[in-house]
Ligand binder design. Structure first.
Ligand SMILES: [Zn+2]
Ligand SMILES: [Zn+2]
Length: 206
C-alpha cells in the first residue's frame, strides 16, 4: 500500500475484507505487516531485508491506496526461493503491537554467536556437530566459505574420532534439526543472548 512519502518503502498489509460504502467507495479492511524497524525492539542483525511481522493492528483504508500485490512467504518457503523478487517477503513471527511481544515466543539459534538465522547471510554447516556458522564467526571469508565442500568447526576438528561425513550441506539451517532456542522477547534482549538460552528439552516449536 502506498506510503505517505515517496522515499518510504511500501506498507504491506493483508486484505481481510473488501466492501463498498453507500457512496460506492471501495474500502479494504487490512491487517498490517510491520517491518522490524517498526517494532519496539527495532531491526536486529538476524532480521532479513524482506522480513515482516504479521501484526494484530487492523485498519480500514480506501482501496485506492493499494499499489500492488506482493507475496508474504512462510520462512521455510522463502529460504527455498531460488530468486527473491521485489514482491517476495517472508513472515516467521506474529507481532503484538501494544506489547511488542512475538509469537512464537522462542526461536532457534545457531553459531558461536547464538543468533537466529538471517536468510540474507550465508552460513556453513559443521560436518561434526551439525551446527551452522557464519563464516565471519569462524575466521573465514564468504568467498572461501562458498568454495567449501565440507566444513569442520574448531571444536569438532580438534576431536580425533569423528566419523566420516556422509553428505554435503543441506541448503539452510532450516533443513536441520532445531538445536537451541532463545526467547523472542527481543525488547528485553539487549545485553547477552546466552542469558536467554533455554534447554532443548523445554522446547517445542509449533
Ligand atoms: Zn555467528
Ligand atoms: Zn562442529
Amino acid at each position: 500500500m502506498r506510503p505517505s512519502s515517496t522515499d518510504t518503502a511500501p506498507y504491506v498489509a493483508r486484505v481481510e475484507k473488501i466492501e463498498a460504502d453507500n457512496k460506492s467507495n471501495i474500502k479494504v479492511r487490512v491487517r498490517w505487516y510491520y517491518r522490524p524497524e517498526e517494532s519496539m525492539g527495532g531491526r536486529r542483525q538476524f532480521h532479513g531485508a524482506k522480513e515482516l511481522f504479521l501484526s494484530d493492528h487492523y485498519d480500514v483504508q480506501s482501496a485506492h491506496t493499494i499499489e500492488g500485490k506482493c507475496i508474504v512467504h512462510s520462512f521455510k518457503n522463502y529460504t527455498k526461493l531460488e530468486n527473491v523478487a521485489p514482491e517476495d517477503y517472508y513472515c516467521r513471527f506474529e507481532y503484538k503491537a501494544s506489547t511488542g511481544g512475538f509469537t512464537p515466543d522462542r526461536v532457534a539459534v545457531y553459531c558461536k554467536c547464538e543468533m537466529p538465522y538471517n536468510p540474507d547471510d550465508l552460513m556453513v554447516q559443521c560436518d561434526g556437530c551439525k551446527d551452522w556458522y557464519h563464516p565471519a564467526c569462524v575466521d573465514m571469508s564468504i568467498e572461501d566459505a562458498k568454495k567449501l565442500d565440507h566444513f569442520m568447526c574448531a571444536d569438532c576438528s580438534s576431536e580425533d574420532n569423528i566419523k566420516k561425513p556422509e553428505r554435503t550441506f543441506p541448503a539452510s539451517p532450516l533443513a536441520n534439526g532445531k538445536v537451541r532456542y532463545i526467547l523472542t522477547n527481543f525488547t528485553s534482549l539487549r545485553l547477552d543472548y546466552a542469558m536467554f538460552l533455554i534447554p532443548l528439552t523445554a522446547c517445542s516449536l509449533g
